[in-house]
Design a protein around this ligand. Structure first.
Ligand SMILES: NC(=O)c1ccc[n+]([C@@H]2O[C@H](COP(=O)([O-])OP(=O)(O)OC[C@H]3O[C@@H](n4cnc5c(N)ncnc54)[C@H](O)[C@@H]3O)[C@@H](O)[C@H]2O)c1
Ligand SMILES: [Zn+2]
Length: 338
């Protein structure tokens, strides 16, 4: 399956193909210097499969986890590119989940003011969502993605076979982004979750989710307006993730919690809760509203004294609502008094 993200001169193809990991040369020029960036949780055999296709291939493996999206690791990678004399015509392969995609893309966007990178996502979250859209970033202190860029890969190669080694919890974590895509834009995705086993329907789930993201990003690449709907569940989710995520919760798990209060229809809420139950996702958590609010105030979606939140009343349709930031504090207290 192939999708093309149409962004004039920055357009690129997304290939969804079993076994594409061992056929990267069919879609990208590997006859140049290539740095494979990955982390130590990604099976080494995937790194070796890529390196075996690159005559001038190098690998840099960082420690797995959100902590890799940091200035020290960013600097380490830039230093590696410099030491290896990478030029603008060379290339980075980002092999891993959303952490590796965000980090490698940010490195690619800034080294020499931009070198080519190809996304090879290996988690459900990155195959369904984070590998397309051009948002690349690292974190600073406890604020996620606060240092970043819009920078697109030259191609994204998705091999669903890589998901076979992904731990179950991470598999489910990524499915939350597909549920989000369904809720904001494509109600049939929701039905797919209700009627199918996600493991057997994973190719279709990836394809339909990427279609949603592609459609939204093509209409609003730099998040002036429509693209904000992709943040559904993320405003609250990011707040929770920043406060608790590094300890216990994954990105998708936080987004799952963040989506529930933003559903404006009880019947729809019940449908979503049933899907959570089927997937084994929790729908709420006791959090300290003051801590979460403190982080949310630094969110990129805050403009002056207002913050834009995304709400869904009917499956497949989202709306934006600009609310005074202090109201959000009150709201957080009211939905989660501890
Ligand atoms: N740029 C965007 O648009 C965007 C969108 C959503 C999320 N994100 C970011 O994505 C990140 C989360 O991504 P994630 O959930 O993929 O987490 P992750 O990148 O940390 O990967 C999860 C874990 O799975 C391991 N792993 C990866 N592939 C594997 C495989 N095939 N088999 C076995 N283990 C494997 C990794 O080593 C890691 O330990 C967050 O930093 C979030 O901010 C970015
Ligand atoms: Zn997300």
């Amino acid at each position: 399956m192939k999708l093309t993200v149409n962004l004039q001169e920055k357009s690129y193809d997304i290939i969804i193909e079993h076994g594409v990991l061992s056929r990267v040369g069919e879609y990208a020029n590997l006859n140049r210097k290539v740095l494979v960036i990955s982390d130590d949780g990604v099976p080494k055999q995937y790194v070796d499969t890529l390196l075996s296709q690159c005559p001038q291939g190098y690998a840099h493996i960082v420690k797995q986890g959100e902590g890799a999206k940091s200035f020290p690791v960013y600097q380490e990678l830039c230093q590696k590119l410099l030491d290896l004399n990478f030029s603008r015509t060379d290339c980075i392969l980002a092999l891993g989940g959303g952490v590796i995609g965000d980090l490698s893309g940010f490195v690619a966007s800034t080294y020499l003011r931009g070198i080519e990178f190809i996304g090879i996502p290996t988690t459900t979250l990155s195959q369904i969502d984070s590998s397309i859209g051009g948002k690349v970033a690292i974190n600073l202190d406890d604020v996620k993605n606060i240092i970043g860029n819009f920078y697109h890969p030259s191609a994204v190669l998705i091999d669903p076979d890589t998901l076979k080694t992904l731990p179950e919890r991470h598999f489910v974590n990524g499915l939350v982004e597909a549920l989000k895509a369904g809720l904001i834009y494509d109600a049939s995705l929701l039905t797919l979750f209700e009627t199918c086993d996600p493991k057997t329907a994973i190719d279709q789930i990836i394809y339909q989710s990427l279609q949603v993201k592609k459609a939204v990003v093509e209409q609003d690449e730099k998040e002036q307006n429509l693209r904000k709907i992709l943040n559904f569940g993320h405003t609250l989710g990011h707040g929770i993730e920043s406060v608790y995520g590094l300890k216990d919760l994954l990105h998708g798990e936080c987004v799952a919690i963040g989506m529930i209060p933003m559903l404006e229809d009880d019947a729809l809420k019940q449908r979503v809760l049933q899907i959570y139950q089927k997937l084994g996702l929790q729908s709420d958590i006791a959090y300290d509203p003051d801590d979460v609010y403190a982080v949310m105030k630094k969110d990129k979606k805050v403009q002056g004294d207002f913050i834009t939140v995304v709400k869904v009343k009917e499956a497949g349709h989202a709306r934006l609502e600009k609310i005074p930031t202090p109201d959000l504090h009150q709201y957080l207290k009211s939905i989660n008094p501890i």
